[in-house]
Write a protein that binds this ligand. Structure first.
Ligand SMILES: CC(C)(COP(=O)(O)OP(=O)(O)OC[C@H]1O[C@@H](n2cnc3c(N)ncnc32)[C@H](O)[C@@H]1OP(=O)(O)O)[C@@H](O)C(=O)NCCC(=O)NCCS
Length: 151
C-alpha cells in the first residue's frame, strides 16, 4: 500500500510485509478486547479488500471515533461515504451510542464526512505529530439527535 496520506495515520507506516502482519495481529487483539473494531471495506462485485474503517468506542461517554482509508485506485466512487453511513447507523441502532466523531486533515475526507451527515465542530491545533511534523485537524461529529431527526 503506497499512500503517504494513509501511512501517516499509522505511527510507523506500512513499509514492510511484517509491519502489515503486525498490524493485522493488532487489529485482531483489539477486536477481541471489544474497544477498537476495525472492519474491512470490500468491493461487492469482487469481494476485494479496498479499505478499512476503525471504530474506537469510549463506552463511558457513549461515544466513538472513526478513522478510515480507501485504496487510491478505488476513490471517488462513494465507497467511503457508504461505509461511514453504515457505521454511523450501526453505532446508533446497534451499539446505542450517542456521538460519533472523526478527525480529518484533507478536503476529500471533509467532504465525505459532510455527505455522511456529520457537522464541522472546530479545528484542533497541532493535534497529530509524526517525527518533527505537527498538523492541525478538523473535528466533525454527528449526535443521536441529528441522526434521529434526519430519518
Ligand atoms: C478520504 C477518503 C477515505 C475518501 O474515500 P472515497 O471512497 O474516495 O470517498 P467518496 O467517494 O465517498 O467521496 C469522496 C468525495 O470527496 C471529493 N473529493 C475528492 N478529492 C477532493 C479534493 N481534493 N478536494 C475536495 N473534495 C474532494 C469527491 O469529489 C467526493 O465528493 P462528491 O461526491 O461530492 O463529488 C480517501 O480519499 C482516503 O483514503 N484518503 C486517505 C486517508 C484519509 O484521509 N482518511 C481520513 C482520515 S481518518
Amino acid at each position: 500500500m503506497e499512500c503517504p496520506e494513509v501511512h501517516r495515520m499509522y505511527n510507523n507506516g506500512f513499509t514492510t510485509i511484517e509491519k502489515v502482519q503486525d498490524y493485522i495481529q493488532l487489529i485482531l487483539k483489539e477486536y477481541q478486547s471489544g474497544k477498537l473494531r476495525t472492519f474491512a471495506i470490500a468491493e461487492k462485485n469482487t469481494n476485494k479488500l479496498i479499505g478499512s474503517i476503525t471504530l474506537d468506542v469510549v463506552e463511558v461517554f457513549a461515544r466513538a471515533e472513526i478513522s478510515y482509508w480507501i485504496n487510491k485506485n478505488y476513490r471517488n466512487k462513494g465507497y467511503a461515504t457508504e461505509s461511514i453511513k453504515s457505521i454511523i447507523k450501526y453505532c446508533f441502532d446497534v451499539l446505542s451510542l450517542n456521538r460519533i466523531q472523526a478527525l480529518t486533515s484533507n478536503p476529500a475526507s471533509e467532504r465525505v464526512l459532510e455527505k455522511s451527515g456529520m457537522l464541522y465542530e472546530g479545528t484542533l491545533r497541532q493535534y497529530f505529530r509524526m517525527g518533527s511534523i505537527c498538523w492541525d485537524v478538523k473535528m466533525y461529529a454527528i449526535i443521536k439527535e441529528d441522526f434521529s431527526s434526519a430519518k
